[in-house]
Design a protein around this ligand. Structure first.
Ligand code: AMP
Length: 217
C-alpha cells in the first residue's frame, strides 16, 4: 500500500529540506508544486507563463493548474509509490480535490506533519536565502553567510536570490499562508488523518529525527 504524507507549514518552515531528507529515508517521492512551477517558468511553457505573474506577486496559482500537476503525478511517476506533498494543498478547494483523488485511487492519507516557525524567523530565513546557480549550494545571509558577500564558497560563482524572496513578496506570501492555507489544519483535524505539530525552529537533524519518530510510532 502506498503511504502519502502532507508536509505542511508556512513558507520558510523547512518543508523542502525536511521533505527531501524524509523522502530519501523512507523511500518515498517528494512532490513540491513550487518546484514544478519554477521549472515550468524556467522552460517558458504555457503553464509557466500563466503561473509566473502569481508567483512573482507572492499570490497563489489557480487551483485548477495545481490540481492538474498533482493528478498527472499520481497517475504517472507516483502511481505505485507514496508521496510527500510539499507546498500542497494550499487552499480548501485543493484539499477537497486531493481527498477525492486519493479516495478514487484508494490511497489513504497517512499523516499531516505541520512544521511550526515564528514569523520573525521565517522572514529572515526567506529574505536571507541565497543560492548558487553554479553548484546549487545554499546560504543565508543571517544564519549561514558565504565567506565573501555574494559569492559561493564552493565554486566562486555569484549567488542569487529567488524572485519571490524579496522582503515585500515574503510579507505577502506569509499573509496568504495565514489567510488561505493555515485554516486547512482544521479541515484535517476533522478528518481521520493524524495531524502532528513539530517545532521547526530546532536544527535540521533534530526536526528530521522527530518526524521519523512520529511516523514510526
Ligand atoms: P513554494 O516553493 O512552495 O514556496 O511555492 C512558490 C510559489 O508557487 C507560491 O508562492 C505560489 O505562487 C506557487 N505555488 C506553489 N504551490 C502552490 C499551490 N499548492 N497552490 C497555489 N500556488 C502554489
Amino acid at each position: 500500500m502506498t503511504r502519502d504524507l502532507i508536509l505542511f507549514g508556512p513558507p520558510g518552515a523547512g518543508k523542502g529540506t525536511q521533505g527531501a531528507l524524509l523522502a530519501e529515508r523512507l523511500g518515498l517521492l517528494r512532490l513540491s508544486t513550487g518546484d514544478v512551477l519554477r521549472d515550468a517558468v524556467r522552460r517558458g511553457t504555457a503553464m509557466g507563463r500563466e503561473a509566473q505573474r502569481y508567483m512573482d506577486a507572492g499570490d497563489l496559482v489557480p487551483d485548477d493548474v495545481i490540481i492538474g500537476i498533482v493528478r498527472d503525478y499520481l497517475a504517472g511517476e507516483a502511481a505505485d509509490t507514496g508521496v510527500i506533498f510539499d507546498g500542497f494543498p494550499r487552499t480548501l478547494p485543493q484539499a477537497k480535490r486531493l481527498d477525492d483523488l486519493l479516495e478514487e485511487l484508494n490511497r489513504p492519507l497517512q499523516a499531516v506533519l505541520v512544521l511550526e516557525v515564528e514569523s520573525d524567523v521565517l522572514i529572515k530565513r526567506l529574505s536571507g536565502r541565497r543560492s548558487c546557480a553554479g553548484c546549487g549550494a545554499t546560504y543565508n545571509v543571517y544564519f549561514d553567510p558565504p565567506r565573501e558577500e555574494g559569492l559561493c564558497d564552493r565554486c566562486g560563482a555569484a549567488l542569487s536570490q529567488r524572485a519571490d524572496d524579496d522582503p515585500a513578496t515574503v510579507q505577502r506570501r506569509l499573509a496568504v499562508y495565514a489567510e488561505q492555507t493555515e485554516p486547512l489544519i482544521v479541515h484535517y483535524r476533522k478528518s481521520d488523518t493524524d495531524v502532528h505539530h513539530i517545532d521547526g525552529e530546532q536544527s535540521v537533524d533534530h526536526v528530521q529525527r522527530e518526524l521519523v519518530e512520529l511516523l514510526e510510532e
